[in-house]
Write a protein that binds this ligand. Structure first.
Ligand code: C2O
Ligand code: CU
Ligand code: CU
Length: 575
């Protein structure tokens, strides 16, 4: 249900309060974590968003949203993800190239109370990425409640440039989203909200120094696209797309950012101390096939912000810092993009509107679908041979536009309806917008990606529409990366391949393997009643397993062999 009260308050606010600076809230800047070990605890919580009732929210190391993680390219990062929610969840590292078993997609379900410990070597370029839940049919709800966070990757190329990089001062994260808030101040689980939130702050303002300022912008909405610009129509320079720096800054005065996408922009505030400007979304000019460009007066998509221009952030400009960046570099990097002549295969995918698909979630029989079928977690759509360079060609007959996202890789857009991408999209991307078809002509989008390393026959990677509603309704598919050069492993020995000691154990449990060459794919620890406590993809077991926090009792270790993918179980007693 929409809150009429909020409509009225918004309208009153627009008419009479634009000159009252005190009606703004200070933009919240998420805390940061850096290093190589990151502890993330997910909890259900309450947040005071409006006066009166608190709002039920979820957060990571806090009430609402999560910390910004800083990774260095080349480091191996270890994530300790503790699910203290009342529900199962997953946590996906959006944009990262990593083993599928670490990816946090719908297959890596973390039950309530369990600790999941993925790790990987960061090979992504410096850019802005994010993490969010990805539990199938629950993604919209869990993102709405506030689960997610940003990841900032640094590398030597980006670090050698004279760019603003003081977090919260001249390098400011902006997570764009919107929510529908009920009369009892609770979020309703709907695709479009009436209230714009930036960094989970309503009506935010922030003070920036009078110099070059970098904004790292994530579209973290459920469905809406934001057509970003400033109230004075000034130009800004796009320096990074989803997966890395552009070759050179691209000066624009609008940028249409779809769900899941990120850009980094530089804005010139030199000489503007004591002025202010609004960061806005100019959605009144968007076509009806773009999320947020429609204007539905009633029904499940009705919302106050549809097909309108609205303010997102009130920016006050103050004095320069002591060591300001005052100019925009003319060259950033030298991207070596994938050559279409090296492609091994063109995969053809379709997007279509379907009627008559029986659909378990909100909207009934109107799902949008990929390849003429709804997502089935037990069906693998593609086997991508390890090392392949592939062109993915998506032909859409849908009347609506869909931001298409793929896991595992960053790609280069080849063309949208035969036209090469604009300069700001000509770098590394992990989301590409597939526009709705115009008239009778289907839309065709092509991109190219290389599927290097991380072959895994068991855990797939996902591709899907990043509108969480569409994804939850089944607009998703999956592929495994398959190593075709090694034969099928013949290992008949699926019994007793390991033992644990000491047993009973106090603090640490050690592993002994009959075959010293065994590679462990997964270890799961359950208690006597079958509840999962620990999930360890490809664990490093040399130093044993820390069980010092376990209560005394009986436990089971489920160990899956990397080659045979067979699981054997041992019990142990914790003293
Ligand atoms: Cu950001 Cu598969 O998602
Ligand atoms: Cu992703
Ligand atoms: Cu979609």
């Amino acid at each position: 249900m929409k809150s009429k009260l909020i409509y009225v308050l918004c309208i009153v606010f627009l008419f009479c309060s634009s000159s009252y600076a005190q009606t703004y809230n200070q933009l919240w800047i998420p805390d940061t974590l850096s290093g190589t070990v990151f502890n993330l605890t997910m909890t259900d919580n309450f947040t005071q968003i409006l006066p009166g009732n608190q709002t039920l929210t979820s957060g990571i190391n806090g009430n609402f949203w999560g910390p910004t993680l800083f990774f260095n390219k080349g480091d191996t990062v270890h994530l300790n993800v503790q699910n203290n929610l009342n529900d199962s969840t997953t946590l996906h590292w959006h944009g990262f190239h990593l083993p599928a078993v670490m990816d946090g997609g719908p297959h890596q379900v973390i039950p309530p109370g369990a600790l999941w410990q993925p790790y990987w070597k960061v090979t992504n370029n410096a850019s802005t990425y994010w993490y969010h839940p990805h539990l199938h049919t629950m993604t919209e709800e869990q993102i709405t409640k506030g689960l997610g966070g940003l990841i900032i990757v640094r590398d030597s190329i980006e670090s050698s440039l004279a760019l603003p990089r003081t977090y919260g001062v001249d390098d400011i994260p902006l997570v764009l989203t919107d929510r529908d808030i009920s009369t009892s101040n609770q979020f309703t689980i709907v695709p479009y909200g009436d209230s714009m939130l930036v960094n989970m702050t309503l009506r935010p303002q922030y003070t920036v120094p009078a110099q070059i300022v970098r904004f790292r912008i994530l579209n973290g909405a459920i469905e809406r696209s934001y057509n970003i610009g400033f109230s004075d129509n000034r130009n800004f320079s796009v320096i990074s797309s989803d997966g890395g720096l552009l070759n050179a800054p691209v000066s624009v005065n609008r940028y249409l950012l779809h769900t899941g996408e990120r850009i980094e922009i530089l804005v010139d505030f030199n000489g503007q101390s004591s002025t202010s400007v609004e960061l806005k979304s100019f959605n009144s000019t968007l076509s009806g096939f773009i999320a947020g460009g429609e204007n539905f007066p009633n029904g499940p998509f009705a919302n106050y912000l549809g097909h309108k221009d609205f303010n997102m952030l009130h920016i006050n400009v103050a004095a320069q810092t002591s060591t300001p960046i005052i100019s925009i570099p003319s060259v950033l990097t030298n991207n070596v993009l994938l050559n279409v002549n090296t492609s091994n295969i063109t995969r053809t995918l379709t997007i279509s509107d379907s009627t008559g698909v029986t659909n378990p979630t909100i909207l009934g029989p109107n799902a949008f679908i990929l390849n003429h079928r709804l997502f089935n977690i037990n069906y693998n759509d593609y086997q991508v041979p390890l090392g392949n360079t592939e062109i993915w060609q998506i032909t859409s007959s849908s009347a609506f536009g869909h931001p298409f996202h793929i896991h595992d890789v960053e790609f280069n857009i080849i063309s949208v309806n035969g036209v090469a991408p604009v300069p700001a999209q000509a770098g590394w991307k992990d989301v590409v917008f597939v526009p709705g078809k115009i008239g009778a002509t289907n839309t065709v989008v092509k991109f190219i990606a290389k599927f290097e390393d991380y072959a895994d026959s068991l855990h797939p990677f996902m591709y899907h529409c990043h509108i969480a509603l569409h994804e939850d309704e089944g607009m998703m598919g999956q592929f495994v990366v398959k190593n075709t050069s090694t034969g099928i492993a013949q290992n008949a020995n699926n019994t007793e391949t390991f033992s644990v000691y000491p047993n009973p154990a106090n603090d640490r449990l050690y592993f002994m393997f009959n075959d010293p060459a065994i590679k462990v794919y997964y270890v799961r620890v359950t208690n006597a009643i079958g509840r999962t406590l620990l999930m360890l993809p490809r664990p490093e077991l040399q130093g044993g397993l820390d069980i010092s926090n376990f209560k005394s009792g009986l436990y089971f270790i489920h160990l899956t062999d990397e080659v045979t993918k067979q699981t054997s179980v041992h019990k142990f007693i914790k003293n």
